[in-house]
Design a protein around this ligand. Structure first.
Ligand code: ATP
Ligand code: MG
Length: 315
């Protein structure tokens, strides 16, 4: 029996952080033997928040290095740049045409983004449909994501059903894979940790930067337990261990932050070393992306041929 398909991606909209890693990326590694995996660099999505060619190029290559450094094996996983599969923009257009505005306006992520910025761009608005295209074009069975993307995967399922109903396409309905115990990792300000909010702790930061960030975690809390510190600490230690530590050190925020910092550093040190090794041979990284892009493109094109026929674009 052929393996089920896993697909997921991260936007090169900044440096990946602890939330990205524990919410999503770790699962890519844990599941790479079990599934036929497609992991991509969501550069088209990143354009909704990052509009500087040089920075996007650098961030995309950086993210490829990050993927490899955390242990994605290009022999097992197709690693590619989203824009190497431009068919997704074609499919997203078809989805645009069968989706109503009120439906998209109900998306939590859109509402949050709109609350932060009234001049929100159309790309952010239709973000869920490009995501649906990524997932559906590759026939993904499962999509490992963080809690914040749960609704978007539901939108993908709705869109698949709607397209199948209207045009008779045969899109599969994907399942999200969300680690309930990770939920949404808070940033240093207590809001959802996000690359684009500037409240994140990058996975590959150096010790000094990590120290500054951990020390600046907002500790406005009840009962002597700095909740934001503890929520991040839970990614690294068991509940029992933390219950003991946080009761012994109740109210001693500096000590608790020091303990968290030590755990983060111990965790990222080997990953950073691996990344530095990989960064010595960028042409090899480019080659992995090129090959992954070709494979993903071929896979997507097969699906698009069926779609073009179904909607009436092929004569
Ligand atoms: P941006 O601010 O540009 O949206 P982001 O930090 O939200 O960046 P994405 O690239 O949008 O990161 O998301 C990549 C993956 O990481 C998704 O699966 C998303 O659900 C997950 N993720 C993002 N932030 C968190 C978080 N704070 N906790 C858990 N998972 C997260
Ligand atoms: Mg996001």
């Amino acid at each position: 029996m052929s393996k089920k398909i896993l697909l997921s991606g991260i936007q090169p909209s900044g440096r990946p952080h602890l939330g990205n890693y524990f919410g999503a990326m770790k699962q890519y590694i844990d599941l790479q033997n079990e599934y036929e995996s497609y992991i991509f660099i969501a550069d088209l999505h990143a354009l909704t928040s990052l509009q500087d060619g040089k920075t996007l190029r650098e961030a995309s290559l950086d993210l490829a290095l990050d993927y490899l450094a955390i242990g994605l094996d290009p022999k097992k996983v197709t690693i590619f740049k989203q824009s190497d599969v431009p068919q997704v923009t074609e499919l997203a257009w078809i989805f645009n045409c069968i989706t109503t505005m009120p439906y998209l306006m109900r998306a939590h992520a859109f509402k949050d983004a709109e609350a932060k910025n009234k001049e929100i761009n159309v790309g952010k608005f239709t973000y869920p449909l490009l995501m649906a295209a990524d997932i559906l074009i590759h026939d993904a069975d499962i999509v490992p994501v963080g809690q914040d993307q749960k609704q978007h995967v539901e939108y993908t399922r709705d869109t698949a059903e709607k397209c199948n109903r209207i045009f008779g396409t045969t899109f599969k309905l994907p399942e999200p894979l969300i680690l309930e115990h990770v939920k949404t990792v808070p940033g240093i300000d207590g809001e959802k940790m996000s690359k684009s909010y500037g409240n994140h702790i990058p996975l590959f930061a150096e010790d000094e930067e990590l120290r500054k960030l951990v020390m600046s975690i907002v500790t406005d809390s009840k009962g002597g337990v700095p909740e934001n510190v503890r929520a991040i600490h839970e990614l690294f230690r068991t509940k029992d261990y933390l219950d003991k530590l946080y009761s012994e050190k109740e109210g001693k925020y500096k000590d608790l932050k020091d303990a968290l910092l030590a755990d983060i550093i111990a965790f990222v040190t080997p990953l950073r070393a691996r990344r530095a090794e990989l960064a010595k041979d960028l042409p090899a990284v480019m080659k992995i992306l090129e090959e992954g892009g070709k494979k993903a493109n071929t896979h997507a094109e097969m699906r698009m041929q069926e779609v073009r026929k179904a909607v009436g674009l092929t004569l």
